[in-house]
Write a protein that binds this ligand. Structure first.
Ligand SMILES: Cc1ncc(COP(=O)(O)O)c(C=O)c1O
Length: 286
């Protein structure tokens, strides 16, 4: 059975969803997107995801085409039409179809697209053994805080990891940790969790916030501050976080073992807290 997606006000089978080639999303990558995990048919941290979606629209001066209650209805409709309990909702808005010209068109109507896919969270093997990463210079633009569909640099950088069989790339800019190609990066040194601040160099991850909240609420020491490359390379633990990866331990960076080479004790604690938190939230929503 074909997946049902939403395009500009209508639900339709995925293969029927078509966008004109002059859509500025296709021509310029002129759009923004959001990914919301769904557990047991309930969206996780929906208000936070929608708040970030709105900020991305504001940052690229694009009208927010639906209200939050309308997005919420749309997300619930997609969840209902999809078979799986755990899903990943993708929302995308572009500046619409217009004659090719870099400056904004005066009267283009935003293209609104949404779909749901099965959520694929990390395998037990990845959680228990950790994943490998490679490093790269972060040569992306200066507005990495915008969740933009212009992802060429992220794709090129992820491919560096894929080429060497690694799961993710850990990026540094001017000697400091930024993030991964599609995840935030945490380190642990001497029992303290270190996270780079949410500024223009990183995407303000929803999972990043959850992890810091859980650490703070459970007495795990953490510091949000610039983290040097040297501190990452000599860290006891490194983790990557995202809506689909949740929290994953990194056990090698550029072929060199991180800490003991096994997911560390602070990772195991935060992973357990994250799973408990998910279950509690889902029970409360039921
Ligand atoms: C570049 C980048 N950083 C961080 C993240 C993590 O964000 P979240 O936890 O909201 O999924 C993502 C998610 O896709 C990302 O693309």
């Amino acid at each position: 059975m074909s997946e049902i997606v939403y395009l500009n006000g209508e639900f339709m089978p995925l293969e029927n969803a078509r966008v004109p080639v002059l859509d500025r999303g296709f021509i310029f990558g002129d759009g923004v997107y959001e990914v919301i995990p769904v557990y047991s048919r309930r969206p996780f941290r929906m208000p936070e995801h929608l708040a970030r979606f709105r900020r991305s629209h504001d940052a690229i001066r694009l009208d927010y085409p639906l209200s939050d209650p309308e997005w919420t209805r749309l997300v619930h409709e997609l969840i209902q039409r999809h078979g799986a309990d755990d899903q990943s909702i993708y929302l995308q808005v572009t500046r619409g179809v217009a004659k090719r010209d870099h400056a904004f068109p005066k009267d283009a109507v935003p293209t609104v697209f949404a779909m749901s896919s099965p959520l694929s969270t990390p395998t037990r093997e990845a959680i228990e053994n950790g994943v490998s990463t490679v490093s790269a210079v972060d040569y992306r633009w200066q507005r990495c805080d915008i969740k933009s569909t212009s992802l060429l640099a992220n794709c090129l950088l992820r491919q560096v990891a894929a080429d060497s069989g690694a799961t993710e790339v850990v990026m540094f800019r001017d000697g400091f940790l930024t993030e991964g190609s599609s995840s935030n990066v945490f380190t642990v040194r001497n029992g303290t969790i270190l996270a780079p601040p949410k500024d223009h160099r990183v995407l303000p991850g929803i999972t990043y916030d959850v992890v810091l909240e859980l650490a703070n609420n459970n007495g795990l020491p953490c510091e949000v501050r610039p983290v040097s490359e040297q501190e990452v390379r000599s860290a006891d633990e490194i983790w990557v976080t995202s809506s689909t990866k949740e929290v994953l331990a990194v056990t090698t960076l550029d072929g060199k073992v991180v800490g003991t080479g096994r997911p560390g004790p602070v990772f195991r604690r935060i992973h357990q807290l994250y799973q408990e938190f998910k279950r509690t939230i889902m029970r409360q929503a039921a």
